[in-house]
Ligand binder design. Structure first.
Ligand code: GLC
Length: 800
């Protein structure tokens, strides 16, 4: 094991004294006598890039992760120096660099120490890997906690753990197993109530040690490439995650149907089986939008072909499914079967698009179709070709989404389960070995797929899902957490993984509901679907080897629970869509772990189970059998139990009832929760009225509602409707003000406002400054509901 903190280990080299300093606008260069160069770039007042070159040189500056369209710009940049240090000041940070060692300390402008090098940058020349093993060690601050890093299936607080990033096909992975499918070298540190982030943008195998090797030290290192990291200051975790997401990019809005429910299995075939499943959803009135075809739809697992025995007329089938509201999603893997009579293989060979070994032969490996070659998606020309392959599937056949799997890349029956290190990649004009390209391979595949689906789905929006991903993949694709297991432990893992992905910039993620491997009991499935409907991506999937896993395959009770919760998701679609809009605009994660929600409350720092869905809903899954409820921490503030509508005071652990058909769920006071009627699929109904569940709260509060055409790109031309509701609650009156932005005209005319927790009896209703009668708003005292026109400006309720 390579460690970066053992000083005894020979070969660690350290920067020594600075002999040259240069400033080029917002880039500063510090060069040491032994030819280490620190390049420090001020991207924003709170985002600083640190990059170290050795031997007096840098590699070409290229990153797959950084979104060039991300926001740049700072307000202040000032330099100072004394005998021992350089000081860089921005409007938010003071950075102190030691002249003798390049060791760095970062303070906020009040002078609080946020992050401090221990040994700082050091490196070891590696004969085995070539280039350097680049290392960074930092002092852990008092009571510091660590979060993030993508899909790690372990406790949300990473303190005391060492993890590494090397995308791996890990069938039936276990709790704490590391690494698995994704590589997201980004973490958040939280110390003294202040949060910062570090994004180590290096695609080689990277390691992170959070006080595991040494109690007071946190370190990260890579087996190649450069020490190239971004320091992102908060102080709020929301600022850190927002800036990181801005740096690595946000997706476009998905079509609204993609936020509906998806049903998958390995595999639904033949056509009659697909139809049977689809029909059953409609018959049982369980809403569903996505239906998936796994590898058996293909002819001998050859991508972009159909097994005509199972699917004699795919276009007709896809259309018939679409007529009933189902969107067909198909799997496409990277392994291209070696078969001289297969057109995709022929084109790959003719154009030299497949990855090659160092000495010339094509990279050959076994996957589902048998021996395969693999496109080099790091070559832009190959990505273009790949994108073009989707023409028939999307434009002709009418498939609506593509599922990319096995793209770690996975190879069967070989040591390491992937390509050997010597495989060559183009890396967008920076030729390299697989050591460097491995972690990015899956993302580049998903990117090429996205380009193709987007092109041929136009004017509709694309939908892509991937298993492997590196930072920045969120720009192109959603993801799922891979081959989990139908166990209670895995339900715990699923809950943590999706929260972790959300604060790692990749919100559009879900798990295989019910578990992929093995067979869930009805109770486990029920508890999983109750959680799954709160995950940004919501799909049941299973290997199919252990029995069926459609919502009706357990018993009627479970079917009813699945219907109830999937229907709830459809009712909450406008809320979920609004969350997504805020994600694409501000990088706001769709789910927020409790520590993100209230980092000042130390009670939240080691919480794993409770999370906030959007801004206003607190959810906590039941994670064990035979439960009638559970103890959970309700964070500080005033809440309402969603089911009983009773007010609940937060800031303490408490028992919450939740029989098998409920999940602990609370709504924050002062929330306006928009709801659509239940639809069996997105677009089934023209929305005629939107319900606003309004939860009374003292003081000022705000909620939002985003809507558009639910697909297409008109929203980019201002054709959206973005409502902000501001509320002021006092003892005897309640004011709701509305402000709307955007040109989109929604189909409905009225809101049904359902008042919850009203502490007074209404005597007067004023609408846009005019007193109106109870009849005018069809006030229903029993339901405490009224109906008003959608474009009201101010509703004022007062009473005694
Ligand atoms: C992999 C995927 C799984 C899929 C299977 C067959 O195991 O993770 O989701 O069903 O391959 O394609």
């Amino acid at each position: 094991m390579i460690t970066n903190t053992e000083l005894q280990q020979k070969g660690n080299q350290f920067p020594n004294k600075v002999v040259d300093f240069k400033k080029d606008a917002d880039i500063l260069y510090f060069t040491t006598e032994n030819e280490v160069i620190l390049q420090l770039t001020v991207l924003r007042d709170s985002v600083i890039r640190f990059r170290f070159g050795t031997g007096g040189v840098f590699e070409p500056d290229f990153s797959y992760a950084i979104d060039e369209d991300g926001i740049r710009g700072y307000n202040h940049l000032e330099l100072e120096e004394d005998d021992a240090y350089y000081f860089v000041h921005t409007a938010k940070l003071k950075i102190r660099i030691e002249k003798n060692s390049l060791q760095t300390s970062i303070f906020d402008i009040e002078g609080n120490l946020i992050n401090e090098d221990e040994l700082g940058f050091h490196f070891e020349e590696s004969f085995e890997y070539g280039g350097n093993i680049v290392k960074m060690s930092k002092k852990a601050q008092h009571a510091e906690s660590y979060y993030g890093l993508g899909d790690k299936p372990m406790h949300s607080n990473l303190r005391g753990k060492r993890v590494h990033n090397w995308a791996t096909d890990q069938y039936a992975f276990g709790k704490d197993q590391d690494p698995i499918y994704k590589s997201v070298p980004f973490y958040i540190g939280l110390t003294q109530k202040r949060a910062y982030g570090i994004f180590f943008d290096n695609t080689f195998k990277t390691f992170f040690d959070f006080c595991q090797e040494r109690m007071g030290v946190t370190s990260f290192w890579a087996q190649g490439g450069e020490m190239n990291y971004y320091f992102i200051y908060g102080p709020e975790m929301a600022d850190v995650v927002g800036s990181y997401t801005n740096l690595t990019g946000v997706p476009e809005l998905p079509p609204l149907w993609a936020l509906g429910y998806h049903q998958c299995k390995w595999s639904y075939f033949p056509e009659s089986n697909v139809k049977e499943v689809a029909n059953k959803f409609r018959e049982l009135k369980i809403p569903c939008d996505g239906i998936y075809l796994d590898i058996d739809y293909m002819d001998g697992w050859r991508c972009f072909t159909w097994n005509k025995d199972y699917f004699p007329d795919p276009k007709r089938m896809v259309k018939e499914l679409a007529d009933d509201g189902f969107k067909t999603v198909v799997i496409i893997d990277p392994g291209i079967k070696i078969d001289k009579d297969y057109w995709v293989y022929q084109e790959g060979i003719e154009n030299d698009y497949f990855c090659k070994r160092a000495d010339g032969p094509y990279m050959k490996g076994k996957v589902w179709p048998g021996e395969c070659n693999f496109p080099d998606y790091t070559n832009p020309e190959v990505r273009d070709w790949w994108a073009g392959l989707f023409k028939e599937l999307i434009q002709e056949v009418g498939v609506k989404g593509v599922w990319n799997d096995m793209n770690e890349p996975a190879v069967m029956e070989v040591p390491g389960k992937t390509f050997p290190a010597d495989v060559r990649h183009n890396y967008d004009g920076h030729p390299c070995s697989h050591n460097k390209a491995h972690n990015i391979y899956g993302t580049q595949m998903a990117r090429a797929t996205y380009e193709g689906v987007k092109k041929f789905a136009y004017p509709k929006r694309p939908f892509v899902i991937t298993r492997s991903a590196y930072s920045g993949a969120q720009r192109y694709t959603s993801s799922w957490t891979g081959d989990n297991i139908a166990s209670w432990e895995h339900l715990w893992v699923a809950n943590i993984q999706v929260q972790r992905m959300c604060i790692s910039g990749m919100s559009f993620t879900g798990t295989d509901i019910g578990g992929f491997a093995e067979q869930p009991t009805g109770e486990l499935y029920a508890r999983w679907i109750q959680l799954g409907v709160f995950h940004p991506f919501c799909r049941t999937h299973s290997s199919g080897h252990h029995g069926d896993q459609e919502p009706w395959t357990f018993d009627e009770g479970v079917t009813d629970i699945a219907r109830k919760f999937i229907s709830l998701r459809y009712r909450l679609l406008p809320y979920l869509y609004t969350m997504f809009y805020e994600y694409i605009k501000k990088g706001t994660p769709l789910l927020k772990p409790l520590v993100y929600f209230d980092q000042e409350d130390a009670q939240t720092h080691y919480r794993t189970d409770e999370f906030i869905f959007g801004h206003h809903i607190l959810v906590c899954p039941i994670l064990e059998p035979n439960a009638k409820g559970r103890r959970m921490y309700v964070p500080r503030g005033e809440w309402y139990n969603y089911w009983t509508k009773t007010p609940v005071k937060g800031g303490k652990e408490q028992w919450v009832d939740a029989d098998i058909d409920e999940i602990p769920m609370f709504v924050k006071e002062g929330t306006i929760l928009p709801k659509y009627p239940i639809q069996q699929y997105v677009g089934e109904l023209e929305i005629e009225q939107v319900e606003l569940e309004v939860y009374y709260g003292l003081g000022k509060n705000a909620s939002k509602l985003y809507e558009d055409a639910q697909d297409g790109y008109d929203y980019k031309k201002d054709r959206y409707s973005y409502r902000t509701f501001k509320m002021v609650g006092r003892e005897k009156d309640w004011i709701i003000q509305q402000h709307k932005r955007g040109d989109f005209i929604t189909t409905y005319d009225t809101f049904r406002i359902h008042l919850i927790g009203l502490p007074f009896e209404i005597t007067t209703i004023e609408l846009d400054n005019e007193v109106i009668s109870m009849e005018d708003v069809q006030f229903d005292p029993k339901a405490c509901a009224l109906i008003i026109k959608k474009d009201f400006t101010e509703l004022h309720l007062s009473g005694i």
